[in-house]
Design a protein around this ligand. Structure first.
Ligand code: GLN
Length: 307
């Protein structure tokens, strides 16, 4: 298949959609990004990459980082983690408080905010504090992307902390139900730093290759998850990776994927490739408008979906 040609077609066809949607402005630092940008990169088993657009432009990976944190957590906690966070799609917005009240402080899954905050709480307990937990996540991000330069953007993290009421509320609510061990503010702040990890589509596509290959990076042979764990992370990406638009994403794209409010989306084609796409304007569910469409075009043109 001529992947470069296919990406070029997508880049051309996507142009009219780059004006659609709205950047995430509830994190002020994210609203400063030029909204009409687009990038897409695929990475194959061999390490060969194909890109179009601004594939070296860094962006905030935001909720895509939840996949990294969860990958670390299932390695540490295995079954005991599921007492604190479920594996069901939420059918609600990523920052919804309502369901958490009904379900007594146990978030539906690790990819909505409440779930990711609980995962951070668990990582902080395990590693012995905020600094060490964040270091572990950053090192994991560096290892999977085979790039020791990966870091987080403290301006974005600080900016989000200034408007943290909703995420703090989620954490306090979980604490009130006894599903929280550490200091609420500290956990949420560390979670924001995790969300503020910066990558471009070349880094991100390379980074997620382990999920396309049963937990092992096919390029350097490093194993990050076992086959069963990788299956679970992919299943969660398919069913919960796009919040209350996860069904729509599965229907239109047909791949396990995870989005972030920075406009990035990562998707994996099992045993074939990892794909990263970025365009900052979001649809009403908080997923990249053009990014979702580009992935839909990609699977339609190539027939590469899991269905
Ligand atoms: N840091 C963001 C938040 O907590 C992440 C949300 C997202 O990317 N969907 O609101």
């Amino acid at each position: 298949m001529n992947y470069q040609q296919i990406l070029k077609e997508i880049e051309k066809e996507i142009q009219p959609s780059l004006q659609k949607g709205k950047v995430a402005d509830y994190i002020p630092a994210l609203a400063e990004v030029d909204p009409n940008q687009f990038a897409m990169t695929i990475t194959l088993k061999s390490g060969e990459q194909f890109s179009v657009g601004k594939s070296q432009e860094d962006f905030s990976i935001q909720s895509i980082s939840k996949v990294l944190a969860f990958s670390l957590a299932i390695n540490i906690y295995s079954k005991s983690l599921y007492k604190r966070v479920g594996v069901e799609p939420s059918g609600n917005a990523f920052n919804s408080l309502v369901q958490l009240e009904y379900e007594q402080g146990i978030p539906r899954n690790p990819f909505i905010n409440a779930g990711a905050i609980v995962v951070m709480d668990a990582l902080m307990s395990h590693y012995g504090g905020d600094y060490l937990a964040l270091e572990k996540i950053l090192n994991f991000a560096r290892d999977i992307s085979a790039n020791q330069e990966i870091k987080f953007d403290s301006t974005v993290a600080k900016s989000e902390m200034e408007y943290a009421s909703r995420n703090l509320s989620l954490a306090h609510l979980m604490k009130s139900f006894g599903n929280f061990d550490n200091d609420v503010r500290n956990v949420v702040q560390t979670y924001f730093k995790q969300c503020a990890i910066v990558m471009n589509t070349e880094n991100l596509s390379r980074a997620m290759l382990y999920l396309a290959f049963d937990g092992t990076d096919p390029i350097n042979g490093r194993s990050f998850l076992n086959e069963l764990q990788a299956k679970r992370v992919n299943a969660l990406m398919l069913t919960c990776g796009h919040y209350d638009a996860s069904g729509e994403f599965a229907y239109n794209v047909g791949l396990p994927g995870k989005s972030g409010v920075g406009g990035g989306i990562v998707a994996v084609v099992p045993d074939v490739m990892s794909i990263a796409v970025w365009s900052p304007r979001l649809n009403s569910y908080g997923n990249s408008y053009a990014g979702t469409l580009a992935l839909q075009m990609f699977t339609s043109k190539t027939g590469l979906s899991i269905f």
